[in-house]
Design a protein. Structure first.
Length: 129
């Protein structure tokens, strides 16, 4: 599921891989939300970073993802939900930032709205290595 990427993963103190948060949201089946910042070599050369909010193993499919940067709404790009082999769904949302945007803000929040209710995951820049 994870492609090998040369670069730096912000792990907010967890040094075991690209996942910062993993929380379950229950309805009929489990939903799992992962949020991480990925700075590939290519992005670093262009002074960019991408925040990723990955939703997997959730049901039903409709979700809305909103990004907040220090509490202000920012536009990201969210993929259409895709059905997985286990009949659950997955989707991703991406927020691209310039190096100066990343450096000048502290909190980055992925807000997911689903039938079961909202879920927010916040990444603090100061906790990234």
């Amino acid at each position: 599921m994870w492609a090998a990427v040369t670069g730096h993963w912000c792990t907010s103190g967890i040094k075991l891989g690209p996942v910062i948060w993993k929380d379950s949201i229950n309805k009929i089946d489990k939903k799992t939300v992962f949020v991480f910042v990925q700075k590939s070599v290519e992005e670093l050369e262009k002074n960019k970073a991408t925040l990723v909010c990955l939703l997997s193993d959730y049901y039903p499919s409709p979700v809305t993802v909103e990004w907040l940067v220090d509490g202000s709404t920012r536009n990201g790009e969210t993929t259409a939900p895709q059905r997985q082999s286990n009949s659950q769904y997955m989707a991703s949302s991406y927020l691209s930032l310039t190096s100066s945007e990343w450096s000048s803000h502290e909190t980055y929040t992925c807000r997911v709205s689903h039938d079961v209710g909202p879920v927010e995951k916040t990444l603090k820049r100061s906790e990234c290595s």
